[in-house]
Design a protein around this ligand. Structure first.
Ligand SMILES: Cc1ncc(COP(=O)(O)O)c(C=O)c1O
Length: 394
């Protein structure tokens, strides 16, 4: 063990926990107040005290429980879970103004709540991997929770180069006749490169090769797109085409937990086969009630969504104009540093200038693609954005 830890230190890859304290858009770290660009409170909901107070004023006594004391399979299935799942399903099944497609009853989706996005991806993918004659095809930059699910699964998986549709097509041509099911996995907005998946193309493939099921993780896009806040696929009018749509609640929604939106028969399958759903105590009802409360408010955050994207574009353009290599099409902007050492050095330098954006290194990203990842939020002002740029130019 000592040797492993020593090696991690040598590779600039040793993780340690930073003690921080929140103070609005800042954090107190090492005795200094620094601008927090490492959190995922994209819409400023976690910091909103008025919302929290409103929630606590209206929460019903029956939902004010700090433990569910059991898995939902046993006695933990408090009514608050089903109420949330049914209300969200109703929202997702409403006619989508961005879609030309008429909703049919066979397309109706249901919702299943999980304790976290990590548990959801891990266990749903493992469960899907028990289906006979199944192949997973995943984007190379897919989140670790999906990779861990693929590793646990008994089915084969292959990966295509990040967002490279020609590579994906060649894998489909190579494999589609050999398998009964092909499960295609991607993220709507990628957590590290901050770019969007090519959803329209994935759906074209689904129509072309009849045995494809589409699995899309919206961890970083739910809340931030569409006038109802229901994510990127919904915004494009394509959510009905997705067989497994994953929302996580710990980022823009400022809560905890996750859900999968899928057809009734798959929900039934996951209740029976997703091990993290079966073998873990369900989240406290209070947390689920808070998630539900936020979903009810999501359509009111239009201005915050607009500000978030406007500021993100401004920062990206300014960094590009100043000669930096940056990735990202929305509120996640990655400044490429290549080596772990360079990323660490830059993160320390900008920290001295009051910017908290730790380096993201191998193995969270591929070798030679270490970076500083800026997770932006809607309450950044012009001065904050200028401060970021200045800190990098020092
Ligand atoms: C794309 C993606 N999926 C899933 C997860 C896991 O979600 P949770 O934090 O709810 O476990 C994350 C979180 O980092 C993520 O970025």
């Amino acid at each position: 063990m000592k040797q492993i830890l020593e090696n991690l230190k040598k590779e600039n890859n040793y993780r340690f926990l930073k003690t921080i304290q929140y103070e609005g858009k800042y954090v107190l770290y090492q005795g200094k107040k620094v601008l927090n660009l490492a959190g995922n409170d994209y819409l400023n909901i976690a910091k909103n005290e008025n919302l929290r107070e409103e929630f606590f004023r209206q929460i019903q006594k029956k939902d004010f429980f700090l433990s569910s004391s059991s898995s939902r399979s046993l006695s933990g299935n408090c009514s608050v879970y089903e109420k949330f799942e049914n209300d969200l399903a109703q929202k997702m099944n409403k006619t989508n103004p961005h879609s030309l497609k008429q909703m049919k009853s066979k397309d109706t989706k249901e919702v299943l709540h999980f304790n976290s996005g990590y548990q959801l991806n891990l266990s749903c993918i493992q469960a899907l991997g028990t289906l006979a004659n199944t192949l997973f095809i995943a984007d190379k930059s897919i989140h670790a929770s999906v990779i861990d699910g693929l590793r646990l699964s008994t089915s084969t998986f292959v990966r295509f180069r990040h967002n490279d549709m020609s590579h994906l097509e060649s894998l489909l041509q190579q494999h589609y006749k050999k398998y009964e099911n092909i499960i295609l996995i991607s993220e709507a907005l990628f957590s590290m490169d901050g770019d969007f998946t090519k959803l329209k193309k994935l759906i074209e493939f689904k129509k072309q090769y009849k045995n494809i099921l589409l699995y899309i993780d919206e961890a970083h896009s739910v809340g931030c797109f569409d006038e109802s806040g229901l994510g990127f696929a919904r915004y494009l009018g394509l959510d009905q085409e997705i067989d497994f749509l994953v929302f996580t609640f710990g980022k823009a929604l400022a809560s905890t937990g996750a859900c999968i939106i899928t057809k009734k028969e798959f929900k039934e399958f996951f209740i029976n086969k997703a091990r993290a759903f079966i073998y873990s105590t369900a989240l406290p009802p209070l947390n689920v009630a808070w998630t539900h409360f936020i979903f009810e408010k999501l359509s009111t955050f239009t201005q915050q969504r607009h500000n978030l994207q406007e500021k993100s574009q401004f920062l990206k353009n300014t960094l590009l104009q100043n000669g930096f290599e940056v990735l990202g099409q929305a509120h996640i902007i990655s400044l490429m540093c290549k080596s772990n050492e360079k990323a660490d050095e830059l993160a320390n330098r900008i920290l001295q200038c009051g910017i908290f954006a730790p380096a993201i290194k191998v193995p969270s990203v591929a070798k030679n693609t270490a970076r500083i990842r800026f997770s932006l939020h809607c309450d950044l002002d012009e001065e904050d954005l200028e401060k970021i740029v200045k800190s990098l130019l020092q």
